[in-house]
Design a protein around this ligand. Structure first.
Ligand SMILES: Nc1ncnc2c1ncn2[C@@H]1O[C@H](C[S@+](CC[C@H]([NH3+])C(=O)[O-])CC(=O)[O-])[C@@H](O)[C@H]1O
Length: 329
């Protein structure tokens, strides 16, 4: 493995001879802009940390509920200590779990639980082209690979999560799994993907209808949307607009009921919209750990009544909705 990790050229190469090739220059512009935007000092620091992770040959990827990389040669005690301290520079680790050469990264979320709720209800990913919008650390990108997807792209504008993903991806340059540190609004309208996932993002968008249209613009005819999001109980006229904060999050705009969400989806032209799973988030699924030492769900609920948030709203209830775009005849 070359010491300089060339994630960008690997991504560009993956577009060659596909219908995405025509967007190559557009992606190159966006990714070059990323180099100079945001907290450049922090990005430089993280990219140095990334380069100082151990060089290992024959790295095996083992994807199960825990996404693991391992090598025949275990790390020495000294290497292990150094590696833990490097990985801790990428905290908070929110989405996982991961295992990094036998170092278990216990993340804030059991993202495997979400995946296990979603997977039984969606069309097979075998040989599919897949986009994950708001992919966090990229944990689910690896699960999509495990499920047989052919080409997997995750997008997320949070640089820290991009670097968390690269901690793993640098050991598997050959896998067709890519993370672009951009938001959905920076994507060209590709109409390319067989399946578009967006899990845990809708409520962070100030214009949810625009967001649903942006997701639709990424789907090929006949493609499937997998939308996982916070919902509230209620009928098709119910939408919660929290005042200031919801479960201590300051960036939550709209939380519809399932029925209202289906109205939104149909309005933007989705078909066959179905809620396939719904349930309250438990404090076992989302909790602090050594790798995410900030407050977590238990601190965001009313201490006397866990069916309410600390602000008095309904506690986090999450639904999985599948929907399709029409096939062209
Ligand atoms: N405009 C945007 N475009 C794309 N992503 C965005 C945008 N704005 C915010 N995000 C990203 O959406 C992700 C939401 S977290 C879900 C992670 C994973 N999907 C999960 O289901 O565990 C949910 C949560 O923790 O509340 C974050 O990583 C943001 O950076």
């Amino acid at each position: 493995m070359s010491s300089k990790f060339k994630w960008r050229s690997l991504f560009y190469q993956s577009l060659l001879n596909t219908k995405m090739e025509k967007y190559l220059a557009d992606f190159a512009d966006k990714l070059n802009d990323w180099d100079t935007c945001g907290n450049v000092k922090e990005k430089t620091k993280l990219s140095k940390q990334l380069a100082s992770l151990p060089e290992c040959n024959n790295v095996q990827l083992d994807i199960n509920d825990i996404v693991s990389i391992a090598s025949d040669l275990p790390l020495s005690e000294g290497e292990r200590r150094k590696t833990i301290s490097i990985l801790k520079q990428f905290m908070p680790w929110r989405k996982g779990p991961f295992s990094f050469f036998d170092i278990h990264i216990k993340t804030e979320w059991r993202s495997d639980w979400k995946w296990n709720r979603v997977l039984p209800h969606i069309k097979s990913l075998k040989n599919k082209k897949v986009l994950d919008v708001g992919c966090g650390s990229g944990y689910h990108l690896f699960r999509m690979h495990q499920a047989g997807a052919l080409q997997i792209i995750g997008i997320d504008p949070t640089s820290l999560f991009f670097y968390q993903f690269q901690c793993f991806k640098r050991y598997m340059p050959e896998q067709n799994i890519h993370f672009l540190p951009i938001g959905i609004e920076a994507m060209p309208s590709t109409q390319y993907f067989d399946c578009v996932f967006s899990m845990g993002v809708l409520y962070h968008r100030p214009d949810p209808i625009k967001f649903l249209k942006e997701l639709k613009q990424q789907l090929a005819p006949g493609g499937q949307l997998v939308l996982e999001t916070l919902v509230v109980e209620g009928d098709k006229t119910t939408v919660l607009v929290p005042n200031e904060r919801y479960a201590q999050m300051s960036n939550v705009w709209f939380i519809p009921s399932v029925k209202a969400l289906i109205v939104w989806l149909e309005k933007v032209g989705f078909e066959d919209c179905k809620c396939v799973d719904i349930g309250f988030t438990s404090t076992d699924e989302q909790q602090s750990s050594e790798w995410m030492q900030n407050q977590s769900l238990v601190d965001f609920l009313d201490p006397e009544n866990h069916s309410l948030t600390i602000e008095g709203y309904q506690a986090p209830l999450r639904a999985v909705i599948t929907a399709s775009v029409a096939s062209t005849k």
